[in-house]
Design a protein around this ligand. Structure first.
Ligand SMILES: [Zn+2]
Length: 273
């Protein structure tokens, strides 16, 4: 049982309130990003004790499933209030949270990290870093980050840590542009100053990028098309933005069959979500 000390609101929470898109979330406490102090522990908990400061991960993965252990954690979120049909699995916007499977899910917060700093970890850091991890960014890569809200900014930081040589960040707000530069962005593209693809290709001298992280809101058709047209043959596009069942994406066909390489070969970017 964790006593909540800080929570963060996610666009997922807001979308759910507006649309009730996920049936299992209806009637439940919302929220999936929180940190707090352990109040009491069950008899089988080994790694945590009352008084410990902890992060509760947002995903709610059931790590007992072989599929989750094999790398498909996203699809086995049995402890996530929005996906679980168990009424006992509730969201985190409450004074106390029952953290299921504590040893496999909670993380200790170091003494020199404040609660407000740690609240970035359960979703913003974890999501941005997971996207870059799935993109398999290598030393020297050129990486395009579409969107520099909190998750995109963490994507910039992660790409930098993975050794990307060039990190092109797309955004428009001065404060997030400044942060993107601090986290390692080498180039900034302001989508309000013109077409994103044109600006990116000017920067790279028409060379497609190695991988793209989609971390923005906006029109999914335009976002996906820009991503697919920017990436090289065999490159990777990862999407960490959330789209719902009632949304469709229309792609220009040439992003699949010819794309920027114009070499008549079939472009097969890998999309990981
Ligand atoms: Zn979230």
């Amino acid at each position: 049982m964790v006593r909540t000390t800080a929570v963060a609101t996610c666009t997922t929470d807001i979308h759910l309130i507006k649309t009730a898109a996920w049936e299992n979330a209806i009637g439940k406490v919302i929220g999936h990003e929180s940190v707090g102090v352990v109040e009491k522990v069950g008899s089988e908990v080994k790694d945590f004790k009352p008084g410990d400061r902890v992060v509760i991960p947002s995903a709610g993965t059931d790590w007992h499933t072989p599929m989750a252990q094999r790398g498909e954690a996203k699809y086995y979120q049995h402890n996530n209030p929005y996906f679980s049909d168990d009424p006992m699995v509730q969201g985190n916007f409450s004074e106390y949270v029952r953290a299921i499977d504590a040893d496999m899910r909670l993380a200790h917060i170091p003494d020199n990290v404040t609660d407000i700093q740690a609240i970035m970890v359960p979703d913003m850091v974890a999501t941005g870093f997971t996207g870059i991890e799935r993109m398999n960014v290598q030393f020297g890569d050129t990486v395009l980050i579409l969107g520099i809200g909190p998750v995109g900014l963490m994507g910039v930081a992660a790409a930098s840590l993975r050794g990307a040589a060039r990190i092109i960040a797309v955004g428009s707000r001065p404060n997030t542009i400044e942060l993107a530069k601090q986290y390692g962005a080498t180039d900034i593209v302001d989508y309000k100053k013109g077409d994103i693809l044109t600006q990116v290709m000017e920067l790279t001298n028409n060379k497609p990028v190695d991988s793209v992280l989609i971390a923005s809101g906006g029109n999914p058709d335009e976002i996906y098309t820009t991503a697919m047209k920017s990436v090289k043959f065999g490159g990777t596009v990862a999407c960490v933005s959330i789209f719902f069942d009632d949304e469709n994406v229309t792609l220009q066909l040439d992003v699949w069959c010819q794309g920027r390489n114009r070499d008549k070969s079939v472009i097969k970017p890998v999309i990981v979500i």
